[in-house]
Design a binder for this molecule. Structure first.
Ligand SMILES: *Cc1c(COP(=O)(O)O)cnc(C)c1O
Length: 293
């Protein structure tokens, strides 16, 4: 589905990838597209993948599996979540969509790529299609190369939130030579540079690491308030884990002159709106202001 860009201001536009498909949408639709094709060639149509409590990737795989008749297994970080699944809209919905959830401790999760752990998974689940955490592999990057189109050549700067960097790599690969791609890290740490370099075929990009708000899924009052003001002003909802942090960063960089007001900027709204319900539950428990939807 091709949805036109939305012009926010004279220099800033949004590509509404959250509307790119009627089922699974956002960058997860792009990342899964060719992986789902690959699974369909296999005899055992089962995807096994990994994620945490708010994972948009887990939500997307479960939904895609339900739509396509593919079995899905989610290896979930945090044993304690097993008893609290009813408080977790992301995991609850994934389970309702037929995903088999296996909860593992944080230390086991850290070792999830070790041969011992993978052997144990093979013994338990036999044959499956392995999709890494966040769903980033070569086929995912190929799908993300389809985000930018002819109509986007007029932009000088393309901005995108970054988790594992697969989406950013796809954007880099399909960008024009005159364009600069800025990734806004939603996680703490510079380790992402290596992952992005693995898949990116050009070097017209930069990773911005000043707007992770303390780390993955960490938020504060300032961010929630920004998301609510943005919604009031533009009538576009941002998620707190990825797109909210990117957009906060863009506005802050414009204010500080780190981004010039003369360049045309395209911000990719990668989706992730399913995560708002879970975040709001957490905010309510802490008696903090919530994201208004
Ligand atoms: C998963 C996700 C990202 C991060 O994508 P990567 O390819 O892992 O960098 C960004 N935005 C949203 C909304 C996501 O769900």
């Amino acid at each position: 589905m091709i949805v036109p860009n939305i012009h926010l201001t004279e220099t800033l536009s949004i590509k509404p990838e959250y509307q790119n498909n009627s089922g699974v949408s956002g960058n997860k639709f792009r990342k899964l597209k060719y992986n789902l094709e690959a699974v369909n060639f296999l005899k055992t149509k089962t995807i096994l993948t990994f994620g945490g409590a708010f994972s948009n990737h887990i939500a997307a795989v479960a939904q895609a599996g339900k739509e396509a008749g593919i079995n899905t297994i989610g290896i979930i970080r945090g044993e304690e979540l097993a008893e609290r699944i009813h408080d977790n809209p992301t995991l609850k919905t994934a389970q309702d969509n037929g995903m088999h959830l296996k909860f593992v401790s944080r230390s086991q999760y850290r070792d999830k790529e070790s041969p011992t752990f993978l052997d144990a998974l093979t013994t338990e689940f036999r044959s499956y299609y392995y999709l890494p955490e966040g769903g980033t592999n070569a086929l995912a990057v190929k799908g993300c190369e389809e985000i930018l189109g002819e109509e986007d050549k007029e932009f000088d700067i393309i901005c995108c939130p970054v988790g594992t960097g697969g989406t950013l790599a796809g954007l880099i690969n399909s960008s024009s030579p005159h364009q600069k791609i800025l990734g806004f890290s939603a996680l703490k740490g510079d380790f992402l540079n290596d992952d992005i370099s693995k898949f990116a075929k050009k070097d017209n990009w930069n990773l911005i690491t000043d707007y992770h708000f303390g780390g993955y899924a960490k938020i504060n009052h300032e961010l929630i308030s920004f998301i609510n003001r943005f919604k009031l002003r533009f009538d576009i909802l941002l998620d707190p884990v990825y797109t909210g942090k990117m957009m906060f960063g863009i506005f802050d960089m414009l204010k500080k002159g780190r981004l010039s007001g003369n360049e045309k900027i395209l911000a990719i709204h990668t989706g992730g709106l399913q995560g708002i319900a879970g975040m709001n539950l957490k905010l309510k428990q802490r008696e903090l202001p919530i994201i208004k939807i």
